[in-house]
Design a binder for this molecule. Structure first.
Ligand code: NCD
Length: 310
């Protein structure tokens, strides 16, 4: 791989290879196995033009676990505040001899713009509403740890689908690996265009993608439920009604009806009491939300090693 920008367009074999590398990195991410040295002497630049907690810190931790060094650039305190463009910023950072650039930005397609403007490898850490490919790796890796494989499993992704790069990347990854994805939310937040993500639905071991607007029907027969944050900063507030929690919130009453093996994911940050209730987010049996964070470090280790490891 030259860059890691999207899950769309990746083959089952390519995704599986990165998932296997992720799985092997989990004990290091947990601090149980010794760190590696594959990024020794390399400097990675984290360019985060949008806020982040888990993604930014896990990229940093992943670099440390691989023996490299990392620095962060965020708009506050940088010349981005003076109007310098994304690509100009990245080009200048590249000239400092970095081995790779990790970029998060509000513009859909922004990571590709950066990749086209520099020679070093670029990793997309979330670009607008487009894709968040390392998040998809960590989501699927968490489910594989749970079920052994996602093939034939049904995953409901619930909430603000339209604004969600997480939903887009996860849908590509899950359907390519043979899972069945139900995208659930109010019609204002679920674009039918998402169904087109599955090219040969049902053929060649591909999974399927469907859209649904009734959460209770969508939860019937699922193996996992991924709740999404209502992205108020992307104006999703105007697209939800006051009964959102009642219609689309994951409540203790709803999870009581699920089969015992069903697990719950959320990429974070959570709007507790809106898309997910406290008792669900903190459910010791079903919640894998914090486990996802550990897999996030492992997934970023896998991608960094693949692109710039020695
Ligand atoms: C997500 C993101 O930024 O796309 N968070 C994350 O990376 N863990 C989802 C969100 O912000 O709701």
């Amino acid at each position: 791989m030259a860059d890691f920008l999207t899950i769309a367009g990746m083959s089952r074999a390519e995704i599986s290879r990165l998932l296997e590398a992720t799985r092997k990195s989990v004990p290091i991410a947990e601090g149980r196995s010794p760190n590696r040295t594959s990024l020794n002497g390399r400097v990675i630049a984290n360019l985060f033009f949008e806020d982040s907690t888990r993604t930014r810190c896990s990229f940093e931790t992943a670099v440390h676990r691989l023996g490299g060094q990392v620095f962060n650039l965020t708009p506050s305190g940088s010349s981005l505040n003076k109007g310098e463009s994304l690509v100009d910023t990245a080009r200048n950072i590249e000239c400092m001899g970095v081995a790779a650039i990790v970029v998060r930005c509000a513009v859909s397609g922004g990571a590709k713009m950066v990749a086209d403007g520099v020679k070093c490898p670029v990793i997309n850490a979330g670009d607008g509403r487009h894709e968040h490919p390392t998040q998809a790796l960590l989501d699927v890796s968490t489910l594989i740890e749970e079920f052994g494989s996602v093939e034939g499993r049904t995953v409901a992704i619930v909430g603000d689908i339209t604004n969600s790069r997480v939903a887009r990347s996860a849908t590509h990854a899950l359907s390519t690996l043979g899972a069945h994805v139900r995208l659930v939310g109010p019609p204002t937040l679920v674009s039918k265009a998402f169904e087109r993500i599955t090219k040969g639905a049902g053929s060649q071991g591909q999974g399927t993608v469907s859209t649904m607007s009734n959460l209770d029907s969508a939860l019937e027969g699922v193996d996992a439920v991924m709740m999404l944050r209502v992205q108020f900063e992307r104006a999703a507030g105007g697209a939800i009604s006051s009964d959102y929690r009642q219609m689309f919130g994951l409540t203790p009453e709803r999870i009581a009806k699920l089969a015992p093996h069903v697990v719950i994911l959320h990429p974070g940050p959570m709007n507790r009491g809106i898309e997910i209730d406290d008792k669900v987010a903190d459910d010791p049996q079903r919640s894998r939300i914090l486990r996802q964070v550990t897999h996030g470090v492992a997934a970023r280790m896998a991608v960094l090693e693949d692109l710039v490891g020695v």
